[in-house]
Design a binder for this molecule. Structure first.
Ligand code: SAM
Ligand code: SF4
Length: 327
């Protein structure tokens, strides 16, 4: 096992990096009252991100994921991928995207060293897609998924946030695609997180409910998956090529196996998605901080990682929207 050990004996070996707060979609569950003025423009540059990753890799981080906002809005993202691919110790670079620009960039990202991609897709219905994301772009996203699969950014995982009364009637359609098309689908419980701090959990559909709904298609067998300490529990229909994952932050938190740290676009180390505590690394980076200082900040961020989040009890982060944290 590699990684920095936190106060709860968890190995932290995974860094999620938000490269921008900006987004070309406006998903109803994500932006949560975020005003355009709240978007931070003073983001870390690629050299600064690579410096943090270099220090973190020396401490045991082996995997990084680029997210946002929409990471593909950041100009020349493949340059950053190429820089991170050169960092000794980093053996897995992945991307979470809404897929809108993926068919344009998939080839160059793969060439630069990107291994795999997760694409967010909450509906297969064009009109509904427009209502959820604010943009009529389902075709582009489906093209992006196909492009990523074709060039081997595998496994391409599809992230579906399931919302009661909005898209929960499509869980069977998504599950069927794991059999018919070999898609890897992950059902995500909606997390009431946001800058207004008033989470509405009435639209949450539990992983157990989704499991029951899709079981009409066949027997779901546990599947270990390749993620190790990831938040999802994986299953597979007998004989299906694709897998089904459940990310159940609300009804069955996965904190016990948490292996991650986050870096926000504006240069804050964030120990937990669902806790507002952050450690400022940008100031030290920009003041010429040395290796020891940067290591110290990473250690501090790991040290203040809470044992678990308390979203289900209504205690969650209120300072940033999902789009600012990176999901
Ligand atoms: N724009 C990219 C995308 O949509 O994939 C990356 C950023 S997005 C914040 C990362 C992930 O967070 C997406 O899979 C999205 O569905 C998920 N997400 C955003 N808001 C959420 C919420 N309130 N509850 C659960 N998942 C959420
Ligand atoms: Fe943008 Fe992704 Fe949030 Fe949708 S989920 S608004 S695509 S950051």
């Amino acid at each position: 096992m590699t990684g920095i050990v936190d106060s709860w004996q968890r190995q932290i070996n995974y860094l999620r990096i938000s490269v921008t707060d900006r987004c070309n979609f406006n998903c109803i569950y994500c932006t949560d009252g975020l005003a355009p003025s709240a978007i931070n423009s003073d983001n870390l540059c690629y050299e600064e991100i690579a410096r943090v990753v270099g220090v973190a890799a020396d401490m045991g981080i082996t995997k990084v994921r680029l997210t946002g906002g929409e990471p593909l809005l950041r100009p020349d993202l493949s340059r950053l991928v190429g820089m991170l691919a050169q960092v000794k110790g980093i053996d897995d670079i992945s991307l979470t995207t809404n897929g809108m620009l993926l068919s344009r960039y998939a080839t160059e990202l793969k060439r630069a060293g990107l291994k795999r991609v997760n694409v967010s897709l909450d509906t297969l219905q064009a009109e509904r897609f427009g209502r959820i994301t604010g943009h009529d772009r389902l075709k582009e996203v489906l093209d992006g998924i196909e492009a990523a699969r074709r060039i081997g950014l595998n496994p391409v995982k599809i992230n579906m946030v399931v919302l009661k009364g909005i898209n929960d009637d499509e869980v069977i359609d998504f599950a069927r695609l794991t059999i018919a098309q070999g898609w890897h689908v992950r059902f995500i419980e909606y997390m009431p997180v946001g800058v207004r701090g008033e989470g509405d959990d009435s639209v949450v559909v539990s992983a157990a409910q989704i499991f029951e709904s899709i079981s009409v298609l066949g027997t779901l067998e546990p599947d270990e998956g390749e993620d190790g300490n990831g938040p999802a529990r994986y299953y597979r229909f007998t004989g299906a090529e694709g897998t089904i994952g459940f990310i159940s932050a609300m009804t069955e938190h996965f904190c016990r196996t948490c292996n991650r740290l986050r870096l926000t676009a504006d240069g804050q180390l964030r120990p937990c998605l669902l806790d507002d505590d952050e450690v400022d690394i940008k100031t030290v980076l920009r003041n010429g901080g040395g290796l020891k200082e940067l290591e110290g900040l990473i250690r501090r961020a790991v040290a203040i990682k809470q044992e678990q989040h308390h979203l289900a009890e209504g205690i969650g982060p209120g300072k940033r929207s999902m789009r600012q944290i990176g999901g």
